[in-house]
Design a protein around this ligand. Structure first.
Ligand code: ZN
Ligand code: ZN
Ligand code: ZN
Length: 471
């Protein structure tokens, strides 16, 4: 079918089929041209439309499912894929192998109502998440966020959590916030008591409380969680450094802090929240400060041609994966950071007769028609394996159901395809600032007005000068 010269696996009425086409055909049933059932299409009419086995051999006896009686491609036990799936799901989710307990029934519905049962059957056979789920249902008391948090946080655990949320068995929660709280609990537990006594209240009452506030506004990103972990780590490092200098918070003086700031330039800004918190609680003498390092102008930009060519690649290069084209184009056109792009859902896209719009912070942007088509294709091709009842549909869905892609992984993928995000985003931001006042940009892109101002300076007088100094 693919036209390659290779070993033939089977001869179908459509023609000889190689191993990889055979596997692909088995896992992607499609409507038969004659009976319109979703079947494996092995034959074709004179006009080239594809047919199922029953319609390809009308004179032979019809193979029917032993459970539902429909003509079908039969699995072992003479059952059709749907009935096989129903049986396997019951087997997985029940203790006795015959009936699914009441609380788990929504999950059985999610697993069995998939558009393509073959993909879920494959998942049940191979996925570590399916095995984990099978173990968890034996102990229904363990089906909550807290006990899932005690398991090793592997992809399988995240997947099972996503499934349970999708099925409505677990309430949705902010996973970025949960990452932070779990990380803090694990990290503080390993500290010596004299450090834990300071770090725990700092982390819980300052860092986590602030994170909760941002999460309640729907603004707590993966990057923010990373930054917060960095603040706590810097605080721990600072206490270790004090120990090594035979100092304590109480005896801390400004010259000590200056040494710390030059000793650990990378931790310098990160340790500011802890110092402020300690000062406010009179744990150290008043009036101490660590200055933010002088902010530097961003050093990564693209030449105009390069930016244009990359955007054209996003629009026209069909060899690139769709999600890469969409993400890279959004970076280049709207200067959106990847942490925001992964949070985009179907709900951010709207259409009228003329245009497609993307809403960012409630501002709808008109999408260029090419990008609108890419986004439509991406939404169509990223149908989740399990039907989503509760979850949001992400533009760039992650491995786990109901979760977006990890922005760090996405950054890697973009780099691998020669469309890195950072320089492109900087360039797009400067382009936008040439036309719009910094305050509008700050609001539009959800960045700090100070940052926007810094960019504006760059876009104004300095920008061309700066660019020419680079070349
Ligand atoms: Zn082939
Ligand atoms: Zn048919
Ligand atoms: Zn059946």
């Amino acid at each position: 079918m693919c036209g390659k010269v290779t070993k033939v696996k089977v001869f179908w009425p459509r023609g000889p089929v190689c191993d990889s086409c055979y596997r692909a055909a088995l896992s992607t049933p499609a409507p038969c041209a004659t009976c319109s059932r979703h079947r494996i299409l092995i034959g074709q009419t004179a006009e080239g439309t594809l047919l199922c086995k029953t319609c390809s051999f009308p004179d032979e006896p019809v193979e029917r499912c032993s459970a539902c009686g429909e003509p079908a491609d039969l699995y072992s036990g003479h059952r059709c894929p749907c009935c096989t799936l129903a049986a396997r799901v019951t087997d997985l989710l029940s203790v006795n192998g015959t009936s699914v307990a009441q609380p788990l029934q929504p999950l059985a519905v999610v697993l069995t109502s998939a558009e393509n049962p073959y993909r879920v059957l494959q998942w049940l056979r191979r996925s570590p998440a399916a095995r984990l789920l099978g173990r968890l249902v034996l102990d229904p008391g363990a089906l909550n966020h807290e006990s899932l948090d005690t398991l090793p946080q592997r992809a399988a655990t995240a997947y099972v959590r996503g499934l349970l949320v999708t099925a409505g068995i677990l309430p949705p929660r902010d996973e970025n916030l949960a990452l932070l709280t779990n990380w803090v609990a694990r990290t503080v537990a390993e500290l010596p008591a004299r450090h834990a006594n300071l770090i725990r209240p700092f982390a819980e009452w300052h860092i986590i409380r602030d994170a909760r506030r941002r999460s309640a506004r729907g603004r707590y990103t993966y990057a923010a969680h990373k930054g917060n972990c960095g603040n706590v780590l810097a605080a721990i490092d600072f206490l270790n450094w004090l120990d090594s200098q035979h100092l304590s918070l109480r005896r801390l003086q400004q010259p000590h802090l200056d040494v710390w700031a030059t000793d650990r330039p990378t931790l310098r800004s990160r340790s500011i929240p802890f110092l402020r918190w300690s000062t406010a609680r009179r744990l150290c003498p008043p009036g101490l400060s660590i200055e933010h390092p002088a902010s530097q102008l961003p050093g990564h930009f693209q030449a105009e041609d390069e930016a244009r060519n990359e955007l054209l690649r996003c629009f026209n290069d069909t060899a690139l994966p769709l999600d890469v084209r969409v993400a890279a184009a959004l970076v280049r056109l709207y200067a959106l950071p990847l942490t925001r792009i992964v949070e985009l859902t179907e709900d951010h896209i709207s259409r009228d007769q003329e245009h497609t719009y993307l809403a960012v912070n409630q501002h709808p942007f008109v999408l260029p028609p090419k990008l609108a088509r890419l986004i439509d294709d991406q939404l169509r091709h990223s149908t989740p394996r399990h039907s989503t009842t509760a979850g949001r549909r992400y533009l760039l869905p992650g491995q786990s159901p109901g979760r977006p892609r990890n922005p760090l992984g996405l950054a890697d993928t973009l780099r691998q395809h020669g469309l890195p995000a950072r320089a492109a985003r900087n360039t797009a931001m400067v382009d936008a600032l040439a036309d719009l006042p910094p305050m509008v940009i700050a609001d539009l892109l959800g960045i700090h007005p100070k940052t926007a101002e810094r960019w504006a300076t760059l876009a104004g007088e300095n920008w061309s000068e700066y660019l020419s100094s680079l070349t």
